[in-house]
Unconditional design. Structure first.
Length: 478
């Protein structure tokens, strides 16, 4: 019984996974800021190229933004700037025999090319605040203005348009349009004015898309190459500047670019007809710059916390820069901004790599090696070995002065141990006199004494600034 339950659960998991995969649309093209609000969620998240789009997703485009979504059957929906668009339902014929696609446009403009419907089981529909559009394999545009008036323009095919709140339905055919105002029946179909006809249907215009990210500095002086094809005899311009068109309709030329976002309208004219395509390129030839609040430390430290702070600058407009320390992202800035992070060092050698990288992968890097040593050197005195050393000295000869008769010398020997990881000894001072220890850490020196109590003070410092002291020894001369 338990085995059967496991098999059933596995089957449900696999079929559920297949269901979600089959009913997924894909972001085919995107320009500018496009956000998504998923079903039963209140927050908005940025969409990315090739992201999956699911039933229940709401999509919002900002100024100068645009997105193209490809459905499982090849249907393409393009959402223009300042639009709010819902993907209500995507079902394929594997789902209980249903084949349904349903969308809502609340504001803005969309252009869509639907695959031809070949079965009564297939339904395609676009809703708006004032209208419902039933589709049977069509290329069309739908626009919703601030008054919630819906305009449906059919480029090719036929649609049925009805009002959401009033009676009446009209059939709109190729090169026709209808207008549906809030609470009113659809207006009778009329011919699309020449200025409103979809430029995509006038005649063929194919523009070779440039790379979205361009880092070649030569383009700043030489310009961006624009090429493509159209009908022979057409004239082609880019932002009003003419391109060369050969006898076969192929065109090419160069247009000026600036650092940052570049947007172009490629327009072809032929026998009174006009068609357009928009292209964009982001030119980013400048590496970000890093300015530290204080220079990177060179050499040795004796504290684990090492503070790194500063600012990042990028001359490319609208460029985004991420700051990494040893591969970990610590800040993200738009154009310019600051960062601050405390790096926890490990005992011994630490290699710190500070990197600033922009959207086009241009990067600047600063590196530094820091040695952490937090352990004080250890002082061992071997002569005199006693902490309180007493010397008996008889009085000097009568010929010596009293001062000279009471002056003596003492040999001091010992060894300095700098525990691993060792930064190395910097200095050794005995009773104010700096001496140089041997390579093995041993040392020997002679100090002056006077009759009575003499204190022995030994100080040793390593290269990281750790200081060891021994000031508890006394040499008493009697």
């Amino acid at each position: 019984m338990r085995r059967m339950i496991h098999v059933l659960l596995l089957f449900l998991f696999l079929t559920g996974g297949a269901y979600s995969w089959e009913n997924t649309a894909r972001v085919k093209f995107m320009l500018g800021k496009v956000e998504r609000q998923q079903k039963n969620q209140t927050s908005w998240n940025r969409l990315r190229l090739n992201s999956k789009v699911f039933s229940g997703d709401r999509i919002k485009t900002s100024v100068n933004a645009r997105i193209e979504i490809e459905m499982p059957d090849g249907t393409v929906v393009r959402v223009d700037q300042n639009s709010i668009f819902d993907v209500k339902s995507i079902k394929t014929d594997e789902d209980d025999g249903e084949d349904e696609m349903s969308f809502s446009l609340w504001a803005g403009n969309i252009w869509a090319r639907f695959k031809k419907i070949v079965s009564d089981r297939q339904t395609r529909r676009i809703e708006s605040p004032s209208a419902v559009v039933a589709i049977r394999g069509t290329t069309l545009e739908v626009n919703v203005d601030k008054q919630l008036t819906t305009r449906v323009s059919v480029v090719e095919g036929k649609v049925a348009v009805s009002s959401r709140e009033a009676g009446g339905e009209v059939l709109v055919g190729s090169n026709q349009q209808t207008v549906v105002r809030k609470g009113q029946a659809p207006q009778p179909p009329s011919a699309i004015p020449a200025r409103r006809k979809s430029t995509r249907s006038a005649f063929a215009l194919k523009v070779d898309k440039p790379p979205l990210q361009i880092t070649d500095p030569s383009l700043i002086s030489g310009g961006l190459r624009v090429s493509g094809s159209t009908v022979p005899g057409a004239t082609v311009t880019v932002n009003g500047s003419p391109l060369t068109v050969d006898a076969n309709g192929k065109f090419n030329g160069r247009v000026p670019v600036v650092e940052g976002a570049n947007r172009y309208t490629v327009e072809a004219r032929y026998k009174g007809q006009t068609t357009q395509q928009k292209i964009a390129a982001f030119v980013n030839t400048k590496k970000p710059r890093i300015k530290l609040s204080s220079p990177l430390v060179t050499g040795y430290l004796n504290k684990r916390g090492y503070s790194l702070s500063g600012a990042v600058f990028d001359e490319t407009p609208q460029d985004k820069v991420k700051v990494y320390i040893n591969g970990e992202e610590v800040a993200e800035v738009r154009g310019r901004g600051s960062f601050n992070r405390t790096v926890i060092l490990q005992e011994g050698q630490n290699n710190i790599r500070l990197t600033a990288r922009d959207l086009s992968k241009n990067s600047t890097e600063k590196t530094q090696s820091i040695f952490l040593d937090t352990v004080k050197p250890i002082i061992t005195v071997t002569e005199p070995a006693q902490q309180n050393f007493i010397r008996l000295e008889p009085p000097g000869p009568p010929r010596l002065s009293k001062r000279d008769a009471n002056r003596f010398t003492q040999i001091i020997r010992g060894v300095i141990i700098d525990p691993e990881p060792s930064s190395g000894l910097q200095r050794l001072v005995i009773n104010g006199k700096e001496i140089k220890p041997n390579s093995d850490g041993s040392f020997e020196t002679e100090i002056n004494l006077k009759r009575g109590e003499n204190r022995l003070v030994i100080l040793v410092e390593d290269k990281a600034g750790n200081i060891g002291r021994d000031a508890n020894r006394r040499i008493i001369v009697r």
